[in-house]
Write a protein that binds this ligand. Sequence first.
Ligand code: NAP
Ligand code: MN
Length: 265
Amino acid sequence: MTRRNLYFYHKKDSEMMEKAGHLYELAEKYGFTIVNDFKQANIIVSIGGDGTFLQAVRKTGFREDCLYAGISTTGTLSMYCDFHIDDTSKMVEAMANEQIEVRRYPTMEIKVDDESSFYCLNEFSIRSAIIKTFVMDVFIDNLHFETFRGDGMIVATPTGSTAYNKSVNGAIVDPMLPCLQVSELASLNNNRYRTLGSSFILSSGRSLTLRVIQDGNDHPTMGMDNEALSIQHVEKIEAKLSGKQIKTVKLKDNSFWEKVKRSFL
Ligand code: NAP
Ligand code: MN
């Protein structure tokens, strides 16, 4: 397969335009066509950090027929950014390689009140927007698993396991395992309220349903990756792994665990 139409996603301020300009020239020199409409692209390159990569994937609609690549401007490589902006030789090497290896990342599908559905690459998060505790009934498939009372929950993909999920002591999950990890945000546990307390991992094919108890605190803050959901009131959220996978460039000496080591150890 030849992928030659390249779309760059980045901030448009003058500093970034100058940095990106060099990459535009480089790509053209190697025979790529730079397109202004991402729908015409078969390679989408974000320039920034992991947050920019998440936005690039979201704004271009989680395309399965595209290869995504992240170029870091932050001085270090990160989980989604395999190239550093100053390391053009590595980019040239990847561009010149016809048989490029592809890495696939699972994504999650979220359905709110049986209506709107959304994709997430990192996680879906839901939390109380007020000081009062927030209550949800938690179902795994059709099983009523627990009644949660506390601040909220995070449902993370494997690649999202190193982000918000990690900050609440969730496990790091190899993206070769298609699954979802559910983690609590400050659950209340006493003789009246009981939750599992630890994170749990659901295999692909399972679904997690959260039913928000309509007790007045039913306008939680919900987020998909780095974007807030504009839906205000909610009763039911369903989360499952989606059939869609995000493809990125696989480079040598850059396995998921090498990235984890490089980022955290
Ligand atoms: P941000 O608030 O600037 O991001 C927080 C940090 O998370 C940034 O350093 C970001 O990297 C990093 N990050 C993003 N995705 C990651 C991943 N998959 N693995 C490891 N680190 C990751 O917002 P943002 O840059 O737009 O990123 C959005 C993400 O922030 C959300 O999806 C959520 O996971 C995370 N978040 C974390 C907390 C927390 O830990 N308490 C709270 C809210 C949100 P870059 O600097 O390279 O962008
Ligand atoms: Mn960021």
